[in-house]
Design a protein around this ligand. Structure first.
Ligand SMILES: [Fe+2]
Ligand SMILES: [Fe+2]
Length: 232
């Protein structure tokens, strides 16, 4: 299967998204959207995006990003996606042509020996708990899939290599290696994520899973096209 993946449309009410997906239907059998679909999480922004996406006839799978949560309409945005025929992977799993897909937004937390721990003030514990819960949700999802091939879609990064180019001070707010650990424990074939607009296109988890930053700005810089196409 040829899979196209893109993140960070940041669609506004006056945006035009179609040119970003130019040629995608000829080059891929399925499209993944890795969050920040809208700029400020407004249903009006999502309506503009969906009006453009409904011109495409290939299957589309999506997760939300942090920007899609900005105005507390995430449930409504998920309903709008589903009503347009777009499969939402927020903790769900989907099988398409024998390939399993799972996804979650993910969250902050930091990486490797700099992973922030749930210690001390209640506020820090609550903050880190959100990231741990996202990792558990991801792990529960991957455990449900029996397909020989599995693809994980995140918004936050599971590794720091794909953040190279961002300020190191921001790394703990751009992802967490807890996400990678959850996926390494069960094994998936590919992980895609967005969110790190100034990051790098490619990395690998400690367990060897390839990770692609499919943020449209990253892909445009590295590969002169706003989306990535890969084979599974
Ligand atoms: Fe973004
Ligand atoms: Fe983001």
């Amino acid at each position: 299967m040829r899979i196209a993946a893109i993140a960070d449309f940041h669609c506004r009410v006056n945006s035009t998204i179609a040119p970003l997906l130019d040629g995608v239907q000829d080059q891929a059998d399925l499209l993944l959207l890795a969050g920040d679909l809208t700029d400020t999480g407004l249903p009006a922004e999502m309506a503009v995006l969906l009006n453009e996406l409904k011109q495409l006839s290939l299957p589309i799978l999506a997760i939300l990003g942090n920007h899609d949560h900005e105005n507390d309409h995430s449930d409504e945005l998920c309903t709008m996606l589903a009503d347009t025929g777009i499969m939402v992977l927020e903790g769900n799993v989907v099988e398409v042509q024998g390939i399993g897909f799972l996804g979650a937004k993910g969250f902050c937390g930091g990486f490797d020996d700099k992973l922030v721990q749930p210690f001390g003030e209640r506020a820090i514990k609550d903050f880190i708990r959100i990231g741990i819960d996202e990792s558990v949700r991801l792990e529960n999802s991957v455990a449900k899939l029996q397909t020989p091939k599995k693809v994980a879609v995140l918004h936050y990064s599971p590794v720091k290599q794909t953040l190279e180019g961002e300020s190191p001070e921001l790394f703990p707010f751009l992802g967490s290696s807890r996400l990678a650990s959850a996926l390494d424990r069960h094994g998936v074939d590919v992980i895609v994520h967005g969110h790190a607009h100034h990051g790098s296109p490619e990395g690998r988890t400690a367990g060897g899973i390839p990770v692609y930053n499919v943020c449209r700005f990253v892909q445009q810089r590295c590969c002169n096209r706003p989306y990535l196409v890969f084979q599974v």
